[in-house]
Design a protein around this ligand. Structure first.
Ligand code: FE
Length: 212
């Protein structure tokens, strides 16, 4: 597979949510697409191992919350790096009920869908949903998968030229070490990690960072 071609596809950063026994459940997904306009139909792809997969199959409904570039990165840590089987992933995450489903409040908006079909792949279920409700929460810029990896997670410098040329030039004059979170991949730039440091995305401590 030509990776350089697949990287030309666009992906976002979404929270896909539903209910399970009255509790909000959900995960982070990068694949959510509009399949048809009329009727408005959307598809999301959720890994078989993900608890959200079986919750959507049971409820027959899902919501897609579109995260914004300035959404709290802890939303991704809370929903993306832990399992909702045995914990409340929404503890500490601001959420509200929209379109009869739990959605992320700190985002661009949401799409609530009824599942109308599914397709199994070897690793993921593709859920096809008919839109039943949607709302835009103000005028916010959506987070792309590329932005998340380059800026939020820090796999490129936070001050990469494409985002802030002046600060990048300044940063290049200051040699720093880099420490990577072994859980979520977040990269910390600095000479030393403070003892009480916590990953801003997944919340783990200094001991789970390694120097790169
Ligand atoms: Fe982390």
């Amino acid at each position: 597979m030509a990776k350089d071609v697949t990287q030309k596809l666009s992906y976002g950063v979404y929270a896909v949510t539903t209910w399970r026994d009255g509790e909000p459940k959900g995960c982070i997904a990068n694949c959510a697409i509009q399949v048809t306009a009329e009727p408005a139909t959307f598809a999301v792809s959720i890994h078989h191992d993900n608890y959200t997969n079986e919750c959507i199959k049971k409820s027959g409904k899902f919501a897609v919350s579109v995260l914004a570039v300035d959404s709290d990165p802890k939303i991704i840590g809370a929903l993306g790096f832990k399992s909702g089987r045995d914990r409340d992933k929404f503890d500490g995450v601001e959420w509200k009920v929209c379109g009869k489903l739990p959605v992320i409040a700190d985002g661009c908006g949401y799409l609530a869908c009824d599942v109308i079909d599914t397709m199994e792949t070897p690793t993921h279920t593709v859920f096809l949903g008919r839109l039943v409700s949607s709302e835009l929460f103000g005028d916010r810029e959506q987070m792309t998968y590329d932005y998340y990896h380059k800026v939020v997670k820090g796999s490129s410098p936070k001050n990469a030229p494409t985002y802030n040329a002046e600060a990048a030039a300044e940063a290049q004059t200051k040699p720093t070490r880099k420490f990577k979170c072994t859980v979520c991949g977040y990269v910390y730039d600095g000479d030393e990690l403070p003892d009480d440091y916590q990953c801003p995305i997944c919340g783990v401590g200094k001991d789970l960072f390694e120097e790169i």
